[in-house]
Structure formats: structure tokens, C-alpha cells
Design a protein around this ligand. Structure first.
Ligand code: URA
Length: 435
């Protein structure tokens, strides 16, 4: 077997065997296959795809490439969630404490920002003192004690995905359905939760730009989960404008805390309730979705989810006052600049990818894996889809640390706004459910 033959076979649209996929993944992880051959292989997959069998096989090989995180020592149900990546997506920060407040265990390994989409670990690190690298014992102990822990990868979970994902990110091969499905599910299968909800984002700020592709990805994710005995539900959710109002690390923590205090933006709160409700049903806390939604809404309003968030922050070494006084505990960039509407009419959509790129430009995201980020910068969206604006109205704020970067960020946010003369139809935050 050799790599050249395998690349050629996929380039010509032929099906690969388990041995061939194993040869590729194991050879790449060991450093025996160079980046240039792996890049060619990924590009061949991008154009010729992997069929369902190949995708299942690749997922298993990647899941087996490292350690398994055994959660069986934690009593009760463990339900996981994952988002395919979006802009302003601070859902994990709210949903984790919500479901923990209702009796589920939320043992979550999250990632950092890469490209235009944010990462939960970076967001949490804007809380002073918050530790995101827990060892296995601390992680498991925390879930037993608090019910919710969010950590960066502990140990060596799916190292093949880590290495391949980093290469995909710089070779324009991220947005291929079979590669996304195997990447997500290899990590999920390596962590021993009982069930999971996957938030498949669709729209300008997502990897899946249209609903047909998003549905294909969702079906594949659910099938892979079920094949491995994990009850899996995928929600297709809107990413044709940033989620909520805040984009940027500390700003998103502020919005998460406000939501846990019971006054979050409507789209974001609805999404959190919906994801939490599906998790609660999968975890058999409630048998009916409607009841689960009702209870999920209640813990947002009566402070129980906020209290769980506070306990999690405390357990992970962060300043718990962030829940009482987020404005003073978190640090926000001191230069706040207006972005004004260039036209009169209605906001038709807001290109979320451009807003995400503006935050990266300001220093709030990464263009290289090892880059340090500025947690204090970001964009506050003041006008959302359907809102009426007059030319010159302030539609967004930019939070910047560096004056030099303001102009480019402002241009990106201005370009992101599409204003039309007719009011657009209301778009629901949930486009569909695949179960
Ligand atoms: N999220 C992942 O974990 N992997 C992908 O390939 C895309 C989104």
C-alpha cells in the first residue's frame, strides 16, 4: 500500500477500504505521511467525497487514534452537545448550567476559536482565573460535584482529528460533509456520554451555507451516533446573522450571564431552551419536549441555572463575582466606535462570517493556531434582521483595543449588513430537527 496510489484512487472517485483509510490516518498521525500528501488526499476527498461506509470507518479510526474518556464513574445520565461552529454562539455557557440545574451531568470538552467562528474555551478564559485545562480526575470530580464542567481537551482525545483538522483549516478543506461528520463524531465517541444533541448551523456564518447540505450533515451525524449506541438528535439552526447581540469573548460571556439572569436576547434564549429541552428528553429527565421546554425556561428565570454557572466558575478557579457584576469583573476594550447604516430600509440579513472576521481582525480570534488573542474586543450588534433603519443610524458598536484596526473592522461590519426596502419575512431560529 502506498499514499500515492490511495490519493489517485480517491481522485478518480473510487471507494477506499478500511485498510487504506487506516494507513492514511495512522501514517499521518505518526508523521510518516507528509503534509503535502495529506493535503492532496483531503482535496481529493473534498471533490469526490466519502460515502457513508467510508465516513463511518474514518470516524472509528479517528476515535481510536487516542484515549477514551471514561465517564462511567459519574452516576446518572451524561448528555453532551456540540455545535458545528458559528458567530456569537455562546450556547454551551448557558445550556450546560441549565441542564445541570435540572439533574443532568454535563461533561463537556470544548475547543478554541479558529477561523471566523468562536471557541468556548477562549470565551471562558476571559473570566479572571478560570482554568480550562483540567486533568481527568479534576474533570470527573467536578462533574460529580457540580454537574457541569467545561474544559479544553483533557489528555489525548482523537489526536488524529486534531492534526487533520489543523491541516484542513489551512487547505480550504473544512467544509466537506464527510470530513466534518467524522471530525465531530470521532471526538464525541471518544468521550463516554450516553446521548448528544448536535447543533448544525446553517447560513452565511456556518460551514453549511444551505439547508440541503445542513440536512445531509445532520442525517449523517445522527446515523453515526446511533450506530455506536448513542442517542443523537441534530437541530438545524439559523446562522444567517450572528446569534444574540454580542460577538467576541468577554462580550459573549457578558451576554451569557445576562441570559442566565433571565434577560437574554430572544433568538439566543429560544435556542438555549430548545437545545436544553432535547438534552433533557434524551437524558430521560422528562418524557415530553413541551414539559422539558417549560422547565428549561423556568431555570433561566428563577436563578437556578445562574447558580450552577457560578458553582462551575468557582470550581474551575474563576472569579464567581462574574455572575453578580459581570460589567466590572470582565474587561472590555475601551474604544467603542459606532457603525452606521449606509442605507434606509430594513435589515435583510447580516453576513455572520464577515462579523466573525471583523472580530478576528480586532484580535479576538486566530489566524494561526498558536496566536494569543485579545478577549476584550468584539462587535455588539444593535440592529438585527427585520429591524427598520434610517441612513446614518447606529447599527453596531465595535470594541477595539488598537485604533489602527478600527477602520477595517468597521468596513467589514458595514459590508455584513444587507439593507432592503421591503421588510423580510421572519426566519425561525430552528429550521428543523433530525432524530
Ligand atoms: N467542528 C468540528 O469539530 N469539526 C469540523 O470539521 C467542523 C466543525
Amino acid at each position: 500500500m502506498n499514499m500515492l496510489e490511495i490519493i489517485r484512487k480517491k481522485r478518480d472517485g473510487l471507494k477506499l477500504t478500511e485498510e487504506e483509510l487506516k494507513y492514511v490516518v495512522e501514517g499521518y498521525v505518526k508523521g510518516e505521511i507528509p503534509d503535502y500528501q495529506m493535503s492532496a488526499f483531503l482535496m481529493a476527498v473534498f471533490f469526490k467525497h466519502l460515502d457513508e461506509d467510508e465516513t463511518y470507518t474514518l470516524t472509528e479510526i479517528m476515535a481510536r487514534s487516542g484515549d477514551y474518556l471514561d465517564l462511567s464513574g459519574i452516576p446518572g445520565k451524561k448528555v453532551d452537545k456540540h455545535s458545528t461552529g458559528g458567530v456569537g454562539d455562546k450556547t454551551t455557557l448557558v445550556v450546560g448550567p441549565m441542564v445541570a440545574a435540572l439533574g443532568l451531568n454535563f461533561a463537556k470538552l470544548s475547543g478554541r476559536a479558529l477561523g471566523h467562528s468562536g471557541g468556548t474555551i477562549d470565551k471562558l478564559e476571559s473570566i479572571p482565573g478560570f482554568r480550562t485545562s483540567l486533568d481527568r480526575e479534576e474533570f470527573v470530580e467536578g462533574v460529580k460535584k457540580v454537574g457541569v464542567v467545561i474544559s479544553g481537551q483533557t489528555g489525548n482525545i482523537a489526536p488524529a482529528d486534531k492534526k487533520i483538522y489543523a491541516l484542513r483549516d489551512v487547505t480550504a478543506t473544512v467544509d466537506e460533509i464527510s470530513l466534518i461528520a467524522s471530525s465531530i463524531m470521532s471526538k464525541k465517541l471518544a468521550v463516554g456520554s450516553d446521548a448528544m444533541v448536535i447543533d448544525v448551523k446553517v447560513g452565511s456564518g456556518a460551514f453549511m451555507k444551505n439547508i440541503e447540505d445542513a440536512r445531509k450533515l445532520a442525517n449523517l451525524l445522527v446515523k453515526i451516533g446511533k450506530m455506536h449506541g448513542r442517542r443523537t438528535v441534530a437541530l438545524l439552526t439559523d446562522m444567517d446573522q450572528p446569534l444574540g447581540r454580542m460577538v467576541g469573548n468577554a462580550l459573549e460571556v457578558l451576554e451569557a450571564v445576562e441570559t442566565l439572569q433571565g434577560h437574554g436576547p430572544e433568538d439566543f434564549e429560544t435556542l438555549c431552551v430548545e437545545i436544553a429541552a432535547h438534552m433533557l428528553v434524551l437524558g430521560e429527565v422528562y418524557s415530553k419536549l413541551e414539559r422539558a421546554r417549560m422547565e428549561a425556561r423556568k431555570v433561566l428565570k428563577d436563578g437556578r441555572a445562574l447558580e450552577k454557572f457560578k458553582q462551575m466558575v468557582e470550581y474551575q478557579g474563576g472569579n464567581p463575582r462574574v455572575v453578580d457584576d459581570p460589567e466590572n469583573v470582565l474587561t472590555f476594550a475601551s474604544n467603542i466606535v459606532d457603525v452606521r447604516a449606509q442605507d434606509e430600509g430594513f435589515v435583510d440579513h447580516i453576513n455572520a462570517e464577515k462579523v466573525g472576521m471583523a472580530v478576528v481582525m480586532l484580535g479576538g480570534g486566530r489566524t494561526r493556531k498558536d496566536e494569543r488573542i485579545d478577549h476584550s474586543v468584539g462587535v455588539e450588534i444593535l440592529k438585527k434582521r427585520g429591524d427598520k433603519v434610517k441612513k446614518g443610524d447606529v447599527i453596531a458598536h465595535i470594541y477595539a483595543s488598537d485604533f489602527q484596526k478600527i477602520q477595517k473592522a468597521r468596513e467589514l461590519v458595514e459590508e455584513a449588513y444587507h439593507i432592503t426596502s421591503t421588510k423580510p419575512a421572519k426566519v425561525p431560529i430552528i429550521h428543523g430537527v433530525v432524530a
